[in-house]
Design a protein around this ligand. Structure first.
Ligand SMILES: [Zn+2]
Length: 227
């Protein structure tokens, strides 16, 4: 494996998505300088964020996230490379990082299926893939929790939410999702997964339709939350 990796690195150099330096054969996806700089979210902050984003709606039972998303910092660069330059290996790696670092929390939820937050099919064809699906695959590879990728659909094309307030975001995603009636999700615990959870409006809307379709409990996780 190492010799093959050395060989491939010579002809097809792999680049760190954050600092753009060339990775050596011992480094996976993110270089050893950048990896420790990814800023972890503390348990206290997760608790406060849960209270702020999800507690009142009683849709999401618990939530966790791994890193802070800060403009022009490492996590921002990495997610940008992944989403907009089609580097899906980064997504698999981020999913594996979630699984390894947050395993105890995720296991305690007894998840039956991971649901990646879906993109509208027009957005997916523009980007070529759904980023959340690759993060989910990274989690699955470590924790062996199955993914249900096609049961939840985004039926309405929604505008980018970047510049919207919390109330506008809720309005923007209202009735945007549709769940295919399927016996396999009845009574099951679901983990909703997204790359970045900002206000939680999208996650809550997905959770709402899944609960209506008969699931038991909905949990949420993301690679990052805004700083
Ligand atoms: Zn780097």
């Amino acid at each position: 494996m190492t010799r093959i990796q050395k060989f491939l690195d010579f002809f097809l150099p792999r680049i760190c998505p954050s600092c753009k330096s060339q990775l050596d054969f011992t480094e996976e996806v993110i270089c050893r300088k950048c990896l420790p700089r990814l800023k972890r979210v503390s348990e206290d902050i997760i608790f406060t964020e849960f209270q702020d984003k999800f507690k009142n709606d009683r849709i999401i039972s618990d939530f966790t996230s791994l890193y802070y998303f800060e403009k022009d910092k490492e996590v921002h660069n990495i997610i940008h490379e992944f989403k907009y330059n089609g580097k899906f290996r980064i997504g698999l790696y981020l999913g594996a990082l979630i699984a390894c670092n947050l395993e105890t929390r995720i296991r305690s939820w007894n998840i039956d299926y991971i649901f990646p937050v879906p993109l509208h099919h027009l957005r997916r064809s523009e980007r070529g893939f759904n980023q959340s699906y690759y993060i989910a695959k990274g989690i699955k590879s470590q924790l062996k929790i199955p993914i249900a990728a096609n049961l939840l659909k985004r039926q309405r094309f929604t505008d980018s939410q970047t510049h919207l307030s919390i109330i506008e975001r809720k309005e923007n995603v209202k009735d945007a999702f549709l769940v295919k009636k399927n016996k396999i999700i009845s009574g099951k615990n679901i983990l909703l997964l997204d790359d970045v959870i900002t206000t939680g409006a999208t996650i809550s809307e997905c959770g709402k339709v899944l609960l209506k379709a008969g699931t038991a409990k909905i949990y949420a996780a993301s690679v990052a939350i805004p700083q």
